[in-house]
Design a protein around this ligand. Structure first.
Ligand SMILES: CC(C)(COP(=O)(O)OP(=O)(O)OC[C@H]1O[C@@H](n2cnc3c(N)ncnc32)[C@H](O)[C@@H]1OP(=O)(O)O)[C@@H](O)C(=O)NCCC(=O)NCCS
Length: 316
């Protein structure tokens, strides 16, 4: 086993970022090393690292052995929820995986502000060594989510047709008038998830929230965004319990895809959906989405297992 006697853990240097991002991109292409939060594209990875919140490159740690970067772990953390999302760890081929990853995590944890009590990272379900690393450090593996993808070139008219809402329902961009009801609906459907409703409904250039209303009442919403690598992402989709099963969700997803294609210029769209959420998966598959991979979340200090059971079908 390779030893790493001279290994040092330190902040990444600005002049290292682009080469390290290219190295991460090669790891991302391998399911046995793929980390969930990261792009597959080197340029987007470099930009993401520079824009990490709140610390930017101050929160990107590298393990260095001599002149070689042999590992990376970045941290993105927040106050509400008091959580860190680990980006990585990545360990170079030939390096001692356990020694490098453990050392990165120890230094990363020491950097966390005291209020951060929750930790999460996610990886391809086929990752070679992350399950053992996670268990060693007190993380619990929770239900996996499928990453679904759909090409947006070519058949935008199909989506335009599918975006027609059922009779009596209107779709529109979120407005000051509808935002409070969208926030309430989001927080009721997705309690404890990474974006609170207030953040979902905030205006932004690269994202849109489309709202379905019936007789002036908000009955559903979809939140979509253009990511750093130009691909589209469906962040959240929710329909009020009493309105499910009537085609609102399908129209919202299709309309979100049309926005990503027409307004944001995205060539493709992706999303994640919990493995057990069969209804939502069927909806996405019926709109042409295909499964790319399963991502397994690892959590410590909190759990989202209360969301594991798919929401009950419309009782009506
Ligand atoms: C998932 C959700 C948005 C679906 O919204 P909806 O308005 O009920 O969906 P639609 O009526 O447009 O259904 C469209 C298709 O999806 C499938 N589908 C939707 N819900 C289903 C369910 N509970 N069981 C089986 N299939 C279902 C069906 O194939 C349906 O096609 P059909 O009308 O030909 O049968 C809604 O159930 C919801 O808000 N769930 C809670 C939040 C959630 O899970 N969001 C998705 C997270 S990724």
């Amino acid at each position: 086993m390779a030893s790493v006697p001279r290994m040092e853990i330190r902040r990444i240097r600005d002049d290292e970022v682009d080469a390290v991002a290219r190295w991460i991109a090669t790891q991302q292409a391998d399911p046995a090393r793929h980390i969930g939060s990261e792009s597959m594209d080197a340029g987007a990875i470099a930009t993401d690292l520079r824009q990490l919140e709140p610390g930017g490159l101050d929160d990107v740690l590298v393990a260095v052995d001599g002149d070689d970067v042999v590992g990376l772990l970045a941290l993105e953390h927040d106050t509400v929820p008091p959580r860190v999302w680990w980006r990585g760890p990545y360990v170079a081929d030939g390096a001692d995986v356990d020694a490098v990853a453990d050392a990165l995590l120890a230094v990363g944890r020491a950097r966390l502000p005291g209020h951060v009590t929750q930790e999460e990272f996610g990886a391809d379900a086929r990752h070679a060594w992350l399950p053992a690393f996670a268990e060693r450090h007190g993380f619990v593996a929770e239900e996996a989510s499928a990453v679904l993808v759909r090409d947006l070139g070519g058949d935008a008219d199909v989506l335009r047709g599918a975006a027609a809402p059922p009779a009596g329902v209107e779709l529109a961009r979120v407005s000051d008038a509808t935002a409070p009801a969208v926030v309430a609906l989001h927080d009721a459907i997705f309690p404890g998830t990474h974006s609170s409703g207030t953040r979902i409904a905030a205006p932004g250039q690269d994202h849109a929230v489309l709202v379905a209303s019936r007789a002036g009442e908000v009955v559903g919403y979809v939140a979509v965004e253009r990511q750093e690598d130009a691909t589209g992402y469906v962040d959240y989709l929710g329909v009020a319990v009493g309105e499910r099963g009537t085609g609102i969700g399908r129209a919202l997803v299709a309309a979100g895809c049309v926005w990503l294609h027409d307004e944001a210029g995205c060539p493709s769209v992706n999303l994640t959906v919990r493995e057990s959420n069969r209804g939502a998966r069927r909806l996405y598959e019926s709109l042409g989405f295909d499964e790319e991979r399963l991502l397994r979340p690892y959590r410590r200090g909190f759990s989202l297992a209360h969301l594991d059971t798919p929401p009950p079908a419309d009782p009506g």
